[in-house]
Ligand binder design. Structure first.
Ligand code: GMT
Length: 381
């Protein structure tokens, strides 16, 4: 198949999933065309059967808000015509699904066509899509997609609730990990994090937005560090980083908290962690938690959104009510002070990640969905 993939190319789970899906599809022989305003951050410079088409938005003094969605629609239309792309797979509803609908209408006016698949990732439904300025266009764009997927049961249900989308058929296809990359045995912690020494390593990776509750992460860490020698490694960047840094100063833990900034390849870091923290207020899936599990790292986080579908409470991690910093700190301590428990939970997470979220299984699910959108026989390539 010839597949166009549009995603946000910058740091974030939806772009990571879209890019790794495209790479896996190309490895299976499909031709993949990424269409976005920048090369996706997890896409290496060249791979066979993988192409990148940059969306250029023309500048004009009248444009206080340059219309990226229209430029994207034009680029999608162009790529379909030039390369015979059969299907556009949009990751994150707005504006990608809207642009794909426009591109398809343009093609139909020329007696051509393209199938549109939209994968809902999280805040496109739970936050941004519910903003009054985007609600109607989000609902419209979802309903006009040929196939819709959500990354968790939670997100599928939220889609029905938020958009009263009774006619929508939302297939749940979870996110996935490549076990060949997220493998603890491949990396050496002492080389990578020499500053940690023998101390326990608590880690968080995100784009530091308000939903991540980064102040809670620092508060949990301060309680743990008061009981056992530990460091906190914060990976990523975003609007709430100053708030986290404020909390570090306020709690006087600056000499054991390390902000590493945006890092594209996180597998070696995760393999160096003892516990992964994700106390987010609402996470539709929690790709970073899955990557931690695959790396043999127990997850301590909140019992909300789609996270309980990824982390099995008491088996591969510990989940508590949002904001319950005391319990989360006690949970971390119960893991890091009991090496056997930490090893069991880590091994259970790695095993579960390989069984329930294996790359091969999930990519096959997407292939089946594409074939059904294109009305191809189920085993045709
Ligand atoms: O929806 C977002 O906030 C953005 C998105 C991203 O690009 O990081 O994150 C969402 O998609 C990820 C990949 O499917 C999920 O693992 C994250 O849980 C989800 N974020 C939220 O729901 C807050």
């Amino acid at each position: 198949m010839k597949i166009g993939i549009t995603c946000y190319p910058t740091y974030g789970g939806s772009g990571a999933v879209a890019t790794e899906l495209g790479i896996a599809l190309a490895a299976r022989g499909h031709e993949v065309h990424f269409i976005s305003y920048r090369q996706p951050f997890r896409l290496p410079s060249f791979l066979p059967r993988v192409f990148f088409h940059e969306v250029q938005v023309g500048a004009y003094p009248l444009f206080e808000y340059p219309p990226y969605d229209l430029a994207l629609a034009v680029q999608m239309h162009e790529v379909v015509k030039m390369h015979g792309v059969e299907l556009l797979h949009c990751h994150y509803a707005i504006p990608h699904a809207t642009s794909a609908w426009i591109a398809r209408e343009m093609l139909r006016a020329e007696h051509s066509d393209v199938a549109v698949v939209t994968t809902l990732h999280g805040t496109d439904i739970t936050l941004v899509g519910q903003d009054p300025s985007f609600h109607a266009i989000t609902k419209f764009s979802i309903e006009k997609s040929d196939r819709i997927t959500a990354v968790s049961d939670y997100l599928r249900d939220e889609t029905f609730n938020a958009f009263d989308c009774t006619g929508c058929r939302v297939a749940v296809i979870p996110n996935f990990v490549d076990p060949a990359i997220y493998d603890r045995s491949l990396y050496s912690r002492s080389e990578l994090l020499p500053f940690a020494g023998d101390r326990k390593v608590l880690m968080h990776i995100s784009n530091f937005r308000a939903v991540k509750r980064v102040r809670d992460i620092v508060r949990i860490f301060a309680k743990v560090a008061a009981e056992t020698p530990s460091v906190l490694v914060m990976v990523g960047d975003g609007p709430e980083r100053p708030a986290a840094e404020d909390e570090v100063r306020a709690l006087g833990v600056g000499d054991s908290v390390f902000f590493l900034g945006k890092i594209e390849t996180v597998a070696p870091l995760l393999a160096s962690a003892d516990v992964f923290l994700l106390p987010t207020s609402s996470e539709s899936f929690g790709l970073s938690a899955l990557e931690a599990m695959a790396s043999g790292v127990p997850v301590v986080g909140s019992d909300s959104g789609g996270l309980p579908e990824v982390v099995t409470n008491g088996v591969t991690g510990l989940l508590y009510p949002v904001g319950d910093v005391d319990s989360m700190a006690a949970g971390v301590l119960s893991i890091v002070t009991d090496p056997a428990r930490q090893a069991d939970m880590g091994a259970a997470g790695a095993d579960d990640a390989r069984k329930r979220f294996a790359l091969d299984t999930v990519v096959s699910q997407y292939e089946d969905l594409y074939r059904s959108a294109l009305k191809l026989p189920s085993d045709a390539h």
